[in-house]
Design a protein. Structure first.
Length: 229
């Protein structure tokens, strides 16, 4: 088994899901008491989130590059960045540490295309929905992405940062997400990407009339493949 470095803490709630999924996946594949060879660096999310909202992506890169370089020095043979939003700096991060990074959008695109879908809705932070680093990467694979309208995007973003990142799950927020999913389906989405690693804490399969692509599970599956090949 190879050793995978996990850059987490953005937020800790989704990183906990990654840790469980990676270990469950290795145990399912290998049996017995087998578990994943992982090095985990969980950053303090507050300065990262502050820099995101100040549009200071160089500051976020500095924080994550230092953490990634430490994981590589510790023996990580590949990196998994346990967040969608911070893939905005994925290429720079990979260059800074000189180690392969398993890109979450690539794994998600593979899953979408394997399902035979070409037009999908996206629920994520405002950064991920509105900027091109994620949507553009999917577009390059022939996938058309539908995003919510401005008011819906603001609510989706608020719920992520004010609730889900704090491990708060509210039924009224689930209802809001259901309504947004309905709007995306009405705009022709054949499936919906849960494009923030916390959203699966809130949205379940039964909350959507179309298939959901849970990026946390998809990305963790890519990590398991890396560990075991």
């Amino acid at each position: 088994m190879r050793t995978l470095g996990v850059l987490g803490g953005m937020s800790w709630t989704s990183t906990a899901s990654y840790y469980r999924l990676l270990n469950e996946g290795v145990a399912a594949r290998l049996g017995g008491l087998r578990s994943a060879r992982l090095l985990v660096h969980s950053v303090d999310f507050a300065p990262v989130a502050a820099a995101q909202h100040e549009d200071d992506w160089d500051a976020t890169l500095a924080i994550l590059a230092e953490a990634a370089q430490g994981l590589v020095r510790g023996g990580a043979e590949g990196l998994l960045l346990a967040t969608n939003t911070m893939h905005k700096i994925a290429d720079e991060l990979e260059q800074a540490c000189g180690t392969p990074l398993l890109h979450i959008a690539d794994a998600t695109a593979d899953a979408i295309l394997a399902a035979g879908q070409t037009r999908v809705g996206l629920l994520a932070t405002a950064f991920t929905m509105e900027q091109d680093f994620y949507v553009g990467r999917l577009r390059d694979r022939g996938i058309e992405v539908v995003i919510p309208d401005a008011g819906e995007r603001a609510e989706v973003h608020r719920i992520i940062y004010d609730e889900l990142c704090l491990d708060v799950v509210r039924e009224e927020s689930r209802a809001i997400y259901r309504d947004v999913i309905g709007s995306l389906v009405g705009a022709g989405a054949e499936a919906v990407i849960l494009g923030c690693t916390e959203i699966s804490l809130l949205v379940r399969d039964e909350d959507s009339p179309v298939p959901l692509h849970d990026t946390t599970r998809i990305h963790a599956a890519a990590g398991i493949d890396f560990l075991l090949t």
